[in-house]
Write a protein that binds this ligand. Sequence first.
Ligand code: ZN
Length: 367
Amino acid sequence: MRITLKECVWETIGDALVVVFDPREAITLDDPGGMVAALLGELARTPQTVDELSHALRGQGFEVSEADVATGVQGLDQLGLVEAAEERGLGDAAADERHFSTLTFFGSYADLQRSRAEYMRRLRRSHALVLGVGGGGSSVVQCLAGLGVGEMTLLDSDVVESRNFARQFLYRNEDLGRSKVVRAAEWVQQYDPAITVHPVERRVSTPDDLVDLLEGVDIVVGGLDGDPDANLWINEAAVSRGVPYVLGGVSRTMLVYSSVDPGRSPCLACDQFDVPDHEEESVAGASIRLAVRHRPSNPLIAPIAMQVGSLIAYEALRYLTGFEPPRAAGRRVVLDLRTGLTAEWHRFTENPDCTVCVRAPRPVSAP
Ligand SMILES: [Zn+2]
């Protein structure tokens, strides 16, 4: 393997070598003889194998064995400073240019085992089912398209209305009255013709309406308006097929998002475990009943819609690539508009007897 240095800068101060890759931290290494600085210099000059590096360093007068250099490279790998040279890009100049920033993002998470190109390939091989292309869904679609998710199925049954323009940037004035999902698919195709997109104009009113849509899908994102139990149906359908589900929404003054990692995290049904019975003649029962019945006008404005959409898409990115674990799995993350969008993380209630989780396929290791 030919090894290369990530974008680093360094300076020798006496016996210390100060290296910066991520501007938030400077790494200080002991380097009394200057060999680590010479190794960084060689790695930055051109990608090399351990064997080539040891020759080059010996040529500079350092008495090092191949094993010494291998240990040095391993140390730099643990610090996140090196990666596999051949895997910095996809090997296709046009694709590398199109995905330049996404590949650079993955550069922060790449090492000698996990490459930027592999993360990118995972995204391009992924198929996302986006439920709803309205408030949050509209920006989810734009984020997933920007990331280069290879295939999307978009589901909605609404038409474009002028009130959507407060927050839904897939749509233009000339689209008024058109099917949202058809226009959203058109937007994706015009944005990046390499993405395969399937528009599905359908109103989901029972769990059965979702079954065919989950075939071959790697992730479900979004949520459905209408029936208050719709997200529980999606949860059940997704968990029983082992497909992760990321959802979010906004109430009057709270942005909330969560995800369900089938068989690994509690699911939405687990979280219903200790919810008071909404038929109950009690203050708690009435609170639930009223919250479910209440149908306020939609107060979702662009900055908040884009925030929820971007958080959903970012969580989806974790599932699709495995660059880090899903952070919102089995958690309700609440960003409170009353407190300047500060986040609070609440774990779902765990229910070992959950009748949905028991149907999750046996988990395999994350990508
Ligand atoms: Zn469950």
